[in-house]
Design a protein around this ligand. Structure first.
Ligand code: GLN
Length: 545
């Protein structure tokens, strides 16, 4: 029998509800339960694909090509599972489906209404996960804040599920408990109001998790209990932490895991969290620092590249080094060229994924600088395409070379739109998305890094290296080290005579996990650290071919 845990949020958004949800998942999974998670996004977009990362953070790409909310990334990283795209439910999808059914006449003349038709569709989507995957526990995080108009049908669907399956549904409410700096007091009133809002729509939370700067004291917990009708031993704290991966341990310490399984009538097994604890310890204990410069356009909202940041942390924990992530806005390099010199402090540079023209010349400049100065480099997606542009312009002497994404009239379109994209006019869901099989060329640095010739990685792009320029680029010394297995497309490039210069058309960051760091990030950090120590490149052995 599958159990359902709904997670709602109160007071304000951005409380790290996704981390709390993932952490609950982790401590239940550590007890041997098969756990998965769903993210509900009450906005009207069909998916996150067309959303601006400045507003919404990264678009997380699932293995099956979904462009989803970044919380799915947290679920995958904490639970070490692959979550399919239908685990991200939006109002857009729900209404789209209901209206399509109405047009087909499938409602047989009924008046189509929020209740029951929209709520039925929501429940159908949740139950689809049960039907297809039969997990022991599904966590369902409802995005936004209780009281938002758009969230109401989802709360109503959740309320109905509790009515239908009283023993199998649990409500967890996560809300802010701010600390008043003038008096040093923790204030519970906003949380009380948000629970009142929840009860107004017929939901009584079973568990409260206060998001507070510090652990709540007994009297604050008692107050919350009294005003929210939740037993005092069901009030927990998710305090501010320096690393998100500690949250499961902090919640477990307070007895949350035991409380949930007992409440759901599940066997209260002992959690196995040793590997996780070791990982958190390595994150905290590592002292040897490396400076990783992240060059791109959306660098002001760090959430835009959250999977890359996390992938760096996972790799660093494995190597027991401490990464300093330094954001480098390439538009600034365009405005003031002397800023490029800042990269002299870099032990490694990542040129980030992106779209459009802004900051592109700055990225190309950054790539030239790291290429010429032997600074370890990883280019991801746009980062690889622009490495091609840079190499074409400055090494192959193709003046004015560019990607047609930025300059459709360039004399040398070294990066061009993929043939299957040419006639597509819509922007949503129309890229090369999700897993593709890739073959790695034997004897390359890529081969040494992966230790295999067959890999699968996730994609999100419209453009690719133009086959017309394969010859000239390779003649000039660029190595194409990996190819798509079904069509002749470049997936990885490298420069054999550089300390470490590797770039990928795919997005390795989506597959990195705390306990299984991605080999490319491990390789980059290893190069960064070795270079800083004045050692020869760890990858130089593959140069002898
Ligand atoms: N804008 C490029 C493309 O569409 C790169 C996309 C990316 O970096 N994710 O191909």
């Amino acid at each position: 029998m599958t159990k359902y845990i709904f997670i709602t949020g109160g007071v304000l958004s951005g409380l790290g509800k996704g981390i709390t949800t993932s952490s609950i998942g982790k401590i239940l999974q550590a007890r041997g339960y098969n756990v998965t998670a769903i993210k509900i996004d009450p906005y009207l977009n069909v998916d996150a694909g067309t959303m601006n990362p400045f507003q919404h953070g990264e678009v997380f790409v699932t293995f099956d090509g979904g462009e989803t909310d970044l919380d799915l990334g947290h679920y995958e990283r904490f639970l070490d599972v692959e979550i399919p795209k239908y685990h991200n439910i939006t109002s857009g999808q729900v209404y789209y489906k209901v209206i399509r059914r109405e047009r087909k006449g499938e409602y047989l003349g009924q008046t189509v209404q929020l209740i029951p038709h929209v709520t039925e569709e929501i429940k159908r989507r949740i139950m689809l996960v049960t039907k297809r995957e039969k997990p022991d526990i599904i966590l369902i995080e409802i995005g936004g804040t209780v009281g938002d108009y758009e969230g109401l049908p989802f709360l109503e669907a959740a309320r109905q599920m509790k009515l239908e399956m009283p023993n199998d549904v649990l409500f967890v409410h996560v809300a802010l408990v701010p600390l008043l700096s003038t008096t040093g007091e923790l204030k519970t009133k906003p949380l009380q109001h948000s629970v009142a809002e929840l009860r107004r729509v017929g939901i009584q939370p079973d568990i409260i998790i206060a998001r507070a700067p510090k652990l709540l004291d007994e009297s604050t917990k008692r107050k919350i209990s009294l005003f929210t009708n939740v037993p005092v031993n069901a009030v927990f704290t998710s305090p501010d932490v320096d690393t998100i991966y500690k949250v499961p341990l902090i919640l477990e310490e307070q007895g949350l895991g035991k409380y949930i399984v007992t409440k759901l009538g599940l066997e209260p097994k002992e959690p196995k969290l040793d590997d996780w604890i070791n990982f958190v310890n390595s994150l905290e204990d590592s002292k040897d620092e490396v400076n990783i410069y992240m060059c791109g356009k959306y660098v002001k909202l760090h959430d835009s590249y959250i999977s890359i940041v996390e992938a760096i942390k996972h790799a660093a924990a494995k190597l027991k080094i401490k990464p300093n992530i330094i954001w480098c806005d390439t538009e600034e390099i365009e405005k003031d060229h002397s800023k490029i010199k800042e990269l002299d402090n870099a032990d490694a540079v990542i040129v980030l994924p992106g779209f459009g023209a802004r900051g592109v010349e700055g990225k190309i400049e950054a790539i030239r600088y790291v290429r010429e100065n032997n600074i370890p480099f990883l280019g991801i997606c746009y980062g690889m395409q622009l490495a091609i542009v840079e190499f074409a312009r400055n090494v192959a002497n193709l003046k004015g070379a560019h990607t047609t994404e930025v300059d459709p009239n360039t004399p040398y379109p070294v990066v061009d739109i993929t043939p299957e994209e040419k006639d597509i006019k819509e922007l949503g869901g129309t890229m090369i998305l999700g897993n593709r099989k890739i073959n790695i060329v034997e004897g390359t640095i890529a081969h040494a890094i992966y230790g295999t010739t067959e890999i699968v990685e996730r994609h999100r792009h419209r453009y690719e290296v133009n086959p017309k320029f394969f010859n000239i680029l390779t003649e000039k010394g660029l190595v194409f080290s990996a190819w798509r297995s079904d069509v002749p497309r470049v997936e990885m490039i490298e420069l054999p005579n550089h300390y470490f210069f590797v770039a990928t058309q795919f997005h390795p960051e989506f597959r990195s996990r705390p306990l299984h760091p991605h080999p490319l990030f491990v390789a980059l950090l290893n190069a960064a650290y070795s270079k800083k120590q004045g050692l020869p490149s760890p990858w130089s052995r593959v140069l002898v071919r």
